[in-house]
Write a protein that binds this ligand. Structure first.
Ligand code: GDD
Ligand code: MN
Length: 374
């Protein structure tokens, strides 16, 4: 007698396997052969090959095999691993969705283990090289290994999954329907989904990662740079406050250096032309311009609705408040018979700390507002 699946769990036998391909014609035959054997184990499994117009015989291989459970989606004019995976996910009909590489790095034979993990309550499964029983084939160069490790460490703010770089992933349809703000930049669609679907129960199934036999890896330098961009976007998505405040505070600190440097330079080149007061005012204005430029770029990246001039005027207004605080604290300390240089320093310090906090909150609330469409 077979056991009834627990209520609300997906029927484990309806599975869509999404395989993004770019010039993988040589691997496809073997992959589909191994997948068909997994199918024969009693799974209602469809494969969706999402090919970015490889023109290397991919279409012919799929057509000649003419397997009723295999669909080829050819995208023309668009390229990219993550967006190909999303296209496949949208076209898939299964209750469980699996994504894997075409180059036989990921063993199709592990799919039943992944399904079992999802059956027992995982909302996301990862075919993992870095858990007991998993591994990589010998011959991975030091460089590739270091690369993978560094990339994994950079993903730590988002997940503790050991192999969060893996492209061999699976989840239930309802997990995928939970996804918010998907932004398919670069290669790491697994990480993107774990974060944006707010997965809480990610299970790693050990796999042995094989070295590809045919064709070439598409992991170029461009892809690696895209990963840095991806991490930045995820930081901003998951921690919008901190990823705005930290750059803002750093820009603020840089502004102190800029201000001091400007005063020093003016002291030399403008000494005979402008009075000290005017030099100070000029230095303050330029420093505000410096802060505005970098804050707008790095701390308030999302605020592009208003014109830049309106933003600048607002920013000037906001900045003038701490300048006044600075001034008042200084006067008050001098009134208390403190020597002027010490009063100036304390005034500047109090002004800066209060200023950074005040400026950030107010600039965020008033000057750099989120666009309505975001
Ligand atoms: N449609 C489409 N478009 N597919 C692509 C594209 C693209 O622009 N770029 C790559 N692919 C496909 C490849 O054809 C292959 O099936 C799969 O995506 C992975 O590409 P590889 O070039 O083999 O990647 P890799 O071996 O460097 O990286 C793999 O290992 C990483 C972990 O180290 C992938 O599995 C990654 O997903 C994984 O994170
Ligand atoms: Mn590969």
């Amino acid at each position: 007698m077979t056991e009834m699946p627990p209520p609300n769990s997906p029927n484990p036998s309806r599975v869509s396997v999404i395989v993004p391909t770019y010039q993988e014609a040589d691997s496809l035959g073997a992959l589909l052969d191994r997948l068909s054997r997994v199918r024969e184990g009693g799974l209602e499994l469809e494969a969706l090959i999402v090919d970015d117009d490889s023109r290397d015989g991919t279409e012919e291989v799929v057509r000649d095999l003419s397997l009723p459970w295999v669909r080829l989606i050819t995208r023309r004019g668009e390229r990219g691993l993550s967006s190909a995976v999303l296209a496949g996910l949208r076209a898939a009909s299964g209750d469980v969705l699996i994504v894997m590489d075409a180059d036989l790095s990921h063993p199709p034979e592990s799919i039943p283990d992944m399904l079992a993990a999802l059956q027992s309550g995982a909302d996301f499964v990862v075919g993992s090289r870095y858990v007991a029983g998993g591994g990589t084939e010998d011959g991975w160069g030091v460089l590739r290994w270091v690369n993978s490790k560094v990339a994994t460490i950079m993903a730590r703010p988002f997940t503790s999954v050991k192999d969060c770089m893996s492209g061999f992933i699976g989840f239930r349809r309802d997990t995928w329907l939970n996804a918010q703000d998907l932004d398919p930049v670069g290669y790491k669609i697994g990480l993107e989904l774990i974060v944006k679907c707010r997965c809480t129960n990610v299970v790693e199934v050990p796999i042995h990662f094989s070295t590809r036999q045919y064709g070439q890896s598409k992991l170029t330098l461009k892809v690696q740079l895209e990963y840095l961009d991806h991490v930045l976007r995820l930081l901003r998505w998951k921690y919008p406050g901190w990823s705005s405040f930290v750059p803002f505070a750093l820009v603020g600190i840089s502004g102190i250096g800029v201000y001091a440097a400007l005063l020093a330079i003016f002291g030399v080149i403008l000494q005979d032309i402008l009075s000290d007061d005017i030099q100070i005012i000029l230095a303050i204005l330029l420093t505000i311009g410096w802060n505005f430029t970098f804050d707008r770029w790095l701390a308030f990246w999302y605020a592009r609705g208003d014109t830049i001039w309106r933003q600048f005027v607002g920013f000037l207004g906001v900045c003038s408040v701490p300048v006044v605080i600075n001034f008042l604290v200084t006067i008050w300390l001098v009134g208390d018979h403190m020597v002027a240089p010490a009063a100036g320093a304390i005034g500047a310090l109090v002004g800066s700390v209060a200023g950074v906090l005040f400026n950030w909150f107010v600039a965020r609330a008033i000057v750099f507002r989120r666009n309505a469409s975001d």
